[in-house]
Design a protein around this ligand. Structure first.
Ligand code: HEC
Length: 163
């Protein structure tokens, strides 16, 4: 990848109204939004558990206003790619990198470090191969380190019911 920027990914968050030549749609004066690119990959692969607004179903960690915290340490940044549902998503490295950048820009821009560098396909390729023995254990370590470094205000900002 390398050429795509976070701003490119972020652009995908605004759906463009599509002209759908459907009688019912016209009759009911419905506006149908077309989503494509990373937003579409998210809706197909992630939204069922994490919701279209980033508020996950119970026992699954919320992405909204939180997930960006992880990018504040190298281990946290790596963790986001190593989460099983992310690492094993049926998406190419390029698309997964775009999806992660889109997810961060869409759901958690305020938590990103100012010097955040978007994920690249190369980085995703390397990290998604490393299968952690326990994702729960890995997450714990990552959160403890974030806390120890003062990168998050307290552990509660990343707590969730499924821990
Ligand atoms: C079947 C439900 C499910 C799907 C589908 C899913 N996830 Fe998750 N996600 C989880 C669970 C559960 C966790 C908590 C870690 C774990 O147990 O794997 C998680 C954790 C995460 C985390 C780390 C958040 C944290 O606070 O630890 C990120 C980021 C994430 N998922 C992104 C995604 C993305 C991107 C996709 C689509 C490619 C996706 N997830 C698809 C259930 C899901």
């Amino acid at each position: 990848m390398s050429s795509a920027t976070l701003a490119d990914s972020a652009g995908a968050q605004f759906p463009t109204p599509g002209a759908v030549p459907d009688v019912l749609v016209r009759q009911h004066n419905t506006v149908v939004y077309r989503i494509d690119g990373a937003a579409q990959d998210y809706s197909r692969n992630c939204q069922g558990c994490h919701g279209h607004l980033g508020y996950s179903v119970e026992e699954i960690p919320v992405l909204k206003d939180r997930v960006g915290y992880f990018t504040r340490t190298p281990a946290g940044r790596a963790y986001l790619v190593r989460v099983p549902n992310v690492a094993q998503a049926h998406l190419s490295d390029e698309r997964l990198a775009r999806l992660l950048n889109w997810m961060l820009a869409t759901y958690s821009p305020a938590q990103l470090p100012r010097d955040f560098v978007p994920y690249t396909a190369e980085e995703v390729n390397r990290l998604r191969r490393e299968h952690p023995p326990s994702v729960v254990q890995l997450r714990k370590q990552v959160v403890e380190e974030l806390l120890a470094r003062g990168a998050i205000p307290d552990a509660a900002v990343l707590s969730f019911a499924g821990e």
